[in-house]
Design a protein around this ligand. Structure first.
Ligand code: NDP
Length: 321
């Protein structure tokens, strides 16, 4: 397996610079809902030239992802050339649970450090919480206490960078008020169907890098952007696939992105996005898609319409949309 930071198509992989000075590869492989195919998908991705892997304890595939990384490293990919991200799940969102959860993640991935550790969602859940949650199963969390523990992991060089997902501007400002180590990355849902311009701008203003998740609209259970007429038209014109147009759109917006696929052909396809670009007019057209709406609104996980503390989707997102 090749070591170079070029894709299997021979293109040079673009990276973005983080506040910490480290580089994050522009395209990573997503692993949510990869199930029993996770190992094969991540191993294929490493072979295709991916050097950025996005996973989470909650996806239940860290052992498979770890095995894939181990195989790739065994075949010559240098661990230091990989950028591995994982996330702290909501049931572990209290200061005393951060380190055990992190150590479990390292163990499952068979790694001795992580490149990036993120708060998965800014809501604490009781162990075994139902969907939707019952009264008392969603608790506000001690953000400062959790962040301090994450900062400790950086100081001990167990993780290189720390960050957040699914934050609002309000929550970000709160965090920035006490952070001694800045969040390097904010991972948010972003695609032409949910641009989330305000959050992107807030992150840029604070020099926080954004990773766009669900860049294809989270197919199957989400928004079918692959078959959106505008995306299809631009893809046809550029002689690219709709998936490639969506991945390229994310990069051109200045975000890294983590499309998920378990199919080797699509895994290759989604990385073949560095030696061409979307012309300005088409890029702008994609930035003007109507019906802006989140796919991952968090409602099923965190909203209890009668007992709260979050009684609506708007409550979760601090009424910022
Ligand atoms: P994506 O937007 O990446 O879409 C994945 C779907 O698109 C799959 O059904 C996949 O099918 C299909 N697909 C992949 N490539 C192509 C292609 N070129 N053409 C057509 N279809 C394609 O969805 P996700 O929601 O999985 O988001 C990506 C990743 O982001 C996740 O896997 C996860 O790592 C991360 N994420 C993070 C979240 C967070 O809270 N921080 C929340 C959600 C996601 P197939 O596998 O069959 O190819």
């Amino acid at each position: 397996m090749a070591q170079a930071t070029v894709t299997s198509h021979g293109e040079k992989m673009k990276t973005f610079r983080l506040l910490s000075g480290r580089a994050i590869p522009a395209v990573g492989i997503g692993t949510w809902k990869t199930g029993s195919e996770a190992e094969h998908a991540v191993y294929s991705a490493c072979g295709a030239g991916y050097r950025h892997i996005d996973t989470a304890a909650q996806y239940g595939v860290q052992p498979e992802v770890g095995r894939a990384i181990k195989r790739a490293v065994h075949e010559g990919v240098e661990r230091d050339s990989l950028f591995v991200t994982s996330k702290l799940w909501c049931t572990d969102l209290s200061p005393e649970r951060v380190r055990p959860a992190f150590e479990n993640t390292l163990r499952e991935l068979q790694l001795d450090y992580l490149d990036l550790f993120l708060i998965h969602w800014p809501f604490r859940l009781k162990e075994g919480a139902s969907r939707p949650p019952k009264a008392g199963e969603v608790m506000e969390f001690d953000m400062e206490g959790v962040w301090r523990e994450m900062e400790e992991l950086v100081k001990e060089k167990l993780v290189k960078d720390i960050g957040v997902c699914n934050f609002t501007i309000k929550k970000l400002n709160n965090l920035l008020g006490f952070a001694r180590i800045m969040p390097s990355v904010c991972q948010m849902e972003m695609h032409p169907g949910w641009r989330n311009d305000k959050m992107l701008e807030a992150c840029k203003n604070n020099r926080i890098h954004v990773t766009a998740y669900s860049p294809l609209g989270s197919q199957g259970h989400g928004r079918d952007l692959i078959h959106d007429p505008l995306v299809e038209k631009i893809a046809m014109k550029l002689n690219k696939s709709p998936g490639q147009v969506l991945v390229r759109w994310a990069i051109q917006r200045g975000t890294s992105t983590i499309p998920k696929s378990t199919h080797p052909d699509r895994i290759h396809e989604n990385l073949h996005v560095f030696d061409w670009d979307i012309p300005h007019q088409d890029f702008q057209a994609l930035c003007s898609l109507p019906d802006q709406k989140r796919v991952l609104d968090g409602e099923e996980l965190f909203v209890n319409k009668t007992d709260g503390p979050f009684k609506s989707e708007a409550d979760l997102w601090d009424h910022e949309d």
